[in-house]
Write a protein that binds this ligand. Structure first.
Ligand code: FAD
Ligand code: DHB
Length: 391
C-alpha cells in the first residue's frame, strides 16, 4: 500500500489531521492500534477553544456541536469555598469556549471519516516506523495474523504519550522536559444537572476540585486525590461529600447527588519533547507534549499542532516549498510552551502540594484574592483560558 502522509493514531490529533489533509487533496492513511469503540469511549477533554470550534466548522463536522454544545462566556474560581466569576468574553473582546466532550468530537470525526472515505486501519498491532531519516519512509504492522506495509512520503506521529513515534527518534536527538505532580485527578460522570451553569475551579485547603458538565443533565466533577488512592477507596458518597466541601457552600447547595456511571483516576504531568520533527517524521499532540488538565489545554494543543502541520504539508504538495515543513517544530513549540506555562501555573495555583507549608498556602490565597480584585490579572487568565492565537 502507498500513500502521501501516513498518520499513526486516530485520536483527536490524527483524525483532525487526516480530515484537514484529505480536504486539501492530500492522500492519507490512518493506522490505529485500537478499535473505534475504544477510542470513542475514553472520557477525557470537555472544553474546546475557539480554534477547535472553528476547525470543526471548517471541516463541516460542527452541526451536532452547534446544537448540543454549550457556549461558555465565563468560568468561576473558588478560594476556600468563596466563589467569584471571570467574565472571559468581556475580558477578551468576545471570546468564548465550547463545552462539548472529546467523545462527541471523536464520534463526529469518525462519522465524517466514513462518509468521506478517509482511510482508517483499526486494530493495527505492532506498528513500526522505518527509514524516517531517509527519502522513503515506511510503516509496518500486524493485523489478522498478517504483516502489512505502507510506503509514504511523510509520517505524522499522532499516537499519544505512550505511542511508538516519539520512541523512534534517537535519544541523542530528543530533548525532554518534565514535571510530574505529586497527585492525581479523580473524575466522575453522573446523570445529574450541573451545580452551576458555568465551570467552577476551586482551591480548597483539602485540595483542588472542579465542577464541569457535558450537558444540562450530565455533570462531570473532579477532585484532586493521592496517587496511592484506588477507585475502591472512593465510594460515590465519599466523592459527593468531598467535592461539596471543596467547592464551597454556594455550589454544594445545588449539587445533585446521582450515582456515578464513570469513575477514573488520571495522573498529572507536564512534558515536552523537542524537536517535533525528525527527518520525515512529525510529532503532534500528546505524542510530543502533555499538560496537566487544569487549563483544559491538551486536546486544543493537539488541534493547533495539526493545523500548523497540515499547513506545512499542504505547502509542500501544492507549492513545492519546504519552508513550512522546516519551520513546523519551532512554530508549534512556541505555542506549546505558552500553554505549558499556563497549565503549570493554574495547577500550581489551585492544588494542594504535599510539601506545601503555611507560607506557600498564603501565597495561593493571596494570588486568588489578587485575581479577584484585578482586571489586569483576570485578562491574563482569560486570554490564556480561551486560547492564545495561532501565530
Ligand atoms: P490521544 O488522544 O492519546 O490519541 C492517540 C491515539 O493513538 C489513540 O487512539 C491510541 O490508541 C493510538 N495509538 C497509541 N499508540 C499507538 C500505536 N503504537 N500504533 C497505533 N496507534 C497508537 N484536553 C483539553 O483540551 N481540554 C480538556 O478539558 C481536557 N481534559 C482532560 C481531562 C482528563 C481527565 C484527561 C486524561 C485529559 C484531558 N485533556 C483535555 C487532554 C486530552 O484528552 C488529550 O490531550 C488529547 O486526547 C490528545 O489527543 P492526541 O490525539 O494527541 O492523543
Ligand atoms: C474538563 C476537564 C478539564 O481538564 C478542565 O479544565 C475543564 C473541564 C471536563 O472534563 O469537563
Amino acid at each position: 500500500m502507498r500513500t502521501q502522509v501516513a498518520i499513526v493514531g486516530a485520536g483527536p490529533a490524527g483524525l483532525f489531521l487526516g480530515h484537514l489533509l484529505r480536504q486539501a487533496g492530500v492522500d492519507v492513511v490512518i493506522l490505529e492500534r485500537k478499535d473505534r469503540a475504544y477510542v470513542e469511549g475514553r472520557v477525557r477533554a470537555g472544553v474546546l477553544e475557539r480554534i477547535t470550534v472553528e476547525l470543526m466548522e471548517r471541516l463541516g463536522v460542527d452541526e451536532r456541536m452547534r446544537r448540543e454544545g454549550l457556549v461558555h462566556a465565563g468560568a468561576n474560581l473558588a478560594s476556600d469555598g468563596e466563589m467569584f466569576r471571570i467574565d472571559m468574553a468581556e475580558l477578551t473582546g468576545g471570546s468564548t469556549v465550547m463545552v462539548y466532550g472529546q467523545q462527541e468530537v471523536m464520534k463526529d470525526l469518525f462519522d465524517a471519516a466514513e462518509q468521506r472515505d478517509l482511510r482508517i486501519v483499526f486494530d493495527a498491532d505492532a506498528v513500526r516506523l522505518h527509514d524516517v531519516e531517509g527519502e522513503r519512509p515506511h510503516i509496518t504492522w500486524r493485523k489478522d495474523g498478517a504483516e502489512h506495509r505502507l510506503d509514504c512520503d511523510f509520517i505524522a506521529g499522532c499516537d499519544g504519550y505512550h505511542g511508538v513515534s516519539r520512541a523512534t527518534i534517537p535519544d541523542k536527538v530528543l530533548k525532554t522536559f518534565e514535571r510530574v505532580y505529586p497527585f492525581g485527578w479523580l473524575g466522575i460522570l453522573a446523570e445529574a444537572p450541573p451545580c452551576d451553569h458555568e465551570l467552577i475551579y476551586s482551591n480548597h485547603d483539602r485540595g483542588f476540585a472542579l465542577a464541569s458538565m457535558r450537558s444540562p443533565t450530565r455533570s462531570r466533577y473532579y477532585v484532586q486525590c493521592s496517587l496511592d488512592d484506588r477507585l475502591e477507596d472512593w465510594s460515590d458518597e465519599r466523592f459527593w461529600d468531598e467535592v461539596s466541601v471543596r467547592l464551597g457552600p454556594e455550589a454544594a447547595a445545588r449539587i445533585v447527588r446521582a450515582p456515578s456511571f464513570e469513575k477514573s483516576i488520571a495522573p498529572l504531568r507536564s512534558f515536552v519533547s523537542e524537536p517535533m520533527r525528525y527527518g520525515r517524521l512529525f510529532l503532534a499532540g500528546d505524542a510530543a507534549h502533555i499538560v496537566p488538565p487544569t487549563g483544559a489545554k491538551g486536546m486544543n494543543l493537539a488541534v493547533s499542532d495539526v493545523i500548523m502541520l497540515s499547513e506545512a504539508l499542504v505547502e509542500h504538495y501544492h507549492e513545492r516549498s519546504s519552508a513550512g515543513i522546516d519551520g513546523y517544530s519551532a512554530r508549534a513549540l512556541a505555542r506549546v510552551w505558552k500553554a505549558e506555562r499556563f497549565s503549570w501555573w493554574f495547577t500550581s495555583l489551585t492544588h494542594r502540594f504535599p510539601d506545601q507549608d503555611g507560607f506557600d498556602r498564603k501565597m495561593q490565597v493571596a494570588e486568588l484574592a489578587y485575581i479577584k480584585g484585578s482586571r489586569a490579572a483576570q485578562v491574563t487568565l482569560a486570554e490564556n483560558y480561551v486560547g492564545l492565537p495561532l501565530v
